[in-house]
Structure formats: C-alpha cells, structure tokens
Design a binder for this molecule. Structure first.
Ligand code: TYD
Length: 221
C-alpha cells in the first residue's frame, strides 16, 4: 500500500472504543497490514505532557478557551510527529478520539464560538482529516455505568464527572457531525455485545480499505 489509512474512533464515555480498537488492530495485523494504535489527547511525547495537564483538571480554572487551545496544541504535535509520518509510510493508523472530540466537548458542550473552533481545528489538523471516523453510539446512562464499572474505585476524570444531560448533548452532537459528513463518519450502535460491534467494525473498515485500493493512484504530469 503506498499511502496508509487514518481511522478515528469517537463517542461518549464507556462506549468501548479502546476494546474495539485493540480488536480491530489484531484483525488488520492478521491480514498483513502495518497498524499503529494511538490516542488523544496524547500520542506523541509533547502531546502526552499536555494530556496530563488537561485530564487532571489543572487547566480547568483557566477556562474553556485555554483548554481548547491546549487540545489543539497537543493535536498539532501528534499529527506532525506521529500520524502524518505513519500514514505517509503506508501504515493504518487507529486513533482513539481526534478532532470530533474537540468539536463536541469544547465546541458544543463547552459553548465555544464555532468560528474559533473551526480555526483551531484547521491549524491543528493541517489537512490530516481522517479517512474514516467510527462513532460508537451508546445511551449516556449505559456508557456512564460502564465507565464507572471499568474505573472501580478510581476517581472519575475531569470529563467523566459531568451530568447525564451533558453526555446526552454530546451524543446528539456526534450524530449531527455524522449527518453533516456522511462520507467520513459512520455511527455504530455500541449498545450491543463487543463481538457484534467488532464484526460490524471489521466489515465497515474492510469495505473502506477495499474502496481505497480501487482508486487508481494519481499520476503526476
Ligand atoms: P480518556 O481517559 O482518554 O477517556 P476516553 O476513554 O473517554 O477516551 O480521556 C479523554 C477525555 O478528554 C475524554 O473525556 C474526552 C476529552 N477530550 C476533549 O474534551 N477534547 C478533545 O479534543 C479530546 C481528544 C478529548
């Protein structure tokens, strides 16, 4: 494969993104693809340093604009240091959260100006728009129940502590993104069993990779 493929996973808390990413990575590797699994915020040394600041809540007192810029700074580093070089090498990159998380968490439920968010996104993503975005859709109550079961006695992070109503608005915001960008986004019902979800994801991704192979490579004049 000359160019790789960039797939992002999105959705609320407890949708099962990381389980599904691990399973898809195994399936793709078994088929001979080189796969890189990464996540946001983080994924590069610079972005991992910023991740701690964001998820601990240390940036929260400085306001949502500060947080949005930090997410964008982390994303820019991650894109340029890790994602773009991997895709250029022919790797299939699987990323746990990406630009749609900022649109939803900072833009919609953080009430930030859409023009400001769009400008930040352009700078951070710098053309590295995902080839495919899988939105794992789950009822907020069920997602929060799963997230707290997974956490056990551990403390909820800055974003897990918010109310069910906020989670509901995020769910709607993800659906709106999928409706606005149907060529990039696919909504997957994550209320089913992990095996059923994995089977759907595998068929969607196989179809997308096959479609990419069917496009003839551009010939430079
Ligand atoms: P993480 O522990 O990775 O959670 P999850 O398992 O839900 O992916 O924490 C990431 C948190 O950061 C998550 O609650 C969503 C939030 N987030 C944003 O608010 N904006 C962003 O741009 C990104 C990437 C994440």
């Amino acid at each position: 494969m000359s160019r790789g493929f960039f797939i992002t996973f999105e959705g609320g808390e407890g949708a099962g993104k990381s389980t599904q990413i691990t399973r898809l990575a195994e399936r793709l590797r078994a088929k001979g693809h080189e796969v890189l699994v990464t996540r946001e915020p983080g994924g590069s040394p610079g972005a991992e340093a910023v991740r701690h600041v964001l998820l601990s809540g240390a940036a929260e007192p400085f306001g949502p604009v500060m947080e949005a810029i930090l997410f964008a700074a982390a994303r820019s580093d991650h894109v340029e240091q890790v994602i773009r070089p991997a895709v250029d090498r022919g790797v299939v990159v699987l990323c746990d959260r990406f630009m749609d998380s900022s649109r939803v968490y900072q833009g919609v439920t953080g009430d930030l100006d859409p023009k400001f968010m769009a400008a930040l996104e352009r700078v951070a993503v710098n053309g590295m728009v995902p080839d495919l975005t899988l939105i794992l859709d789950i009822e907020p109550e069920e997602g929060l129940r799963r997230a707290s079961a997974r956490r056990g006695d551990g403390a909820a992070d800055r974003y897990e502590k918010e109310t069910v109503d906020v989670h509901r608005r995020r769910r709607e915001a993800y659906i709106a993104i999928a409706e606005a960008e149907p060529d990039r986004c696919i909504v997957i019902d994550a209320g089913r069993s992990p095996d059923e979800i994995a089977a759907v994801i595998e068929s969607v991704v196989t179809a997308a990779l096959d479609a990419m192979k069917a496009i003839p490579a551009t010939v430079d004049a």
